[in-house]
Design a protein around this ligand. Structure first.
Ligand SMILES: *Cc1c(COP(=O)(O)O)cnc(C)c1O
Length: 254
């Protein structure tokens, strides 16, 4: 059975074989290519981060066999569990894309290669401390709340510049760019406004960030809105349901 992918139903058919995953992955990559070319951008400048939260180990192995080697997860304990279960797979990497309680920084420092939801100095200090213990480094995105919703994590856009000025002291954190979750809405203009806000903030920080810090990346766009995000300059799209199929529970709790 195949269901069409469209805006009202961004989820792919529940994938259950390596072929299913390869097909879903190819379909999303084609859509990224088309959106990039339409925007006059090089498709190679956009990274697809498959979001595997809630997907169990057996299905993950099929997805990995289809070529996914860098997976996004929103819960740190789920990353720790999956990293241990899948430790036999060489080169597998995890990106933590969900909010982090400071007391769980040790899991990120130990198991993740990237953290996309940095939003306060306490987290940065806890990560630095644990990364020193693990003798590891971490790529980091600063999460920005571009939709003004209280339910969303992230810094207010006006607070981001002062925040990044505090970050050079944490030398194990490599600040790559900004991340946002747009408004969940059918109003495309309202969604687009979130992406534009993040891009404008990045452009401003390119000139004003502390010496040696290169804030270039824009992690924005999910299954339902990644084409719009690419039009507005996204360099990382985080796609879960478009690859893995619909999740049973609403699990975006950022
Ligand atoms: C779950 C999640 C995604 C992916 O959402 P889909 O609708 O499954 O594509 C992207 N970003 C964050 C922060 C998430 O928690």
């Amino acid at each position: 059975m195949t269901l069409p992918l469209n805006a009202s139903s961004p989820a792919a058919t529940h994938a259950n074989s390596t072929e299913d995953f390869a097909r879903n992955l190819a379909s999303i990559k084609t859509r990224i290519d088309v959106a990039a070319r339409k925007a006059g951008r090089d498709p190679a400048s956009i990274r697809l981060l498959p979001v595997s939260k809630t997907v169990p180990e057996d299905r993950l192995r099929l997805a990995i066999a289809a070529g996914m080697d860098f997976l996004g997860e929103n819960k740190v304990q789920e990353v720790a569990r999956k990293a241990e279960l899948l430790a036999d797979i060489p080169g597998l990497k995890f990106s933590v894309i969900g909010s982090l309680q400071t007391n769980k920084a040790k899991y990120v420092a130990k198991f993740a290669d990237e953290f996309q939801a940095l939003e306060n100095v306490r987290q940065a200090a806890a990560l630095q401390n644990r990364l020193e213990i693990e003798d590891r480094q971490l790529d980091v995105f600063v999460q920005v709340n571009t939709s003004d919703e209280d339910s969303k994590s992230g810094l207010a856009p006006a607070d981001v510049q002062a925040f990044v000025e505090e970050l050079p002291q944490f030398d194990r954190l490599h600040i790559k760019g900004l991340m946002t979750l747009a408004l969940f809405s059918d109003d495309k203009d309202a969604v687009r406004a979130c992406f534009v806000r993040l891009r404008e903030l990045r452009d401003m920080l390119r000139d004003s960030a502390p010496a040696g810090m290169h804030i270039e990346e824009l992690s924005m766009g999910m299954s339902g809105d990644f084409e719009l995000a690419i039009e507005e300059g996204s360099t990382v799209v985080r796609v879960g349901q478009g690859i893995f199929g619909a999740r049973e529970l609403p699990t975006v709790n950022n």
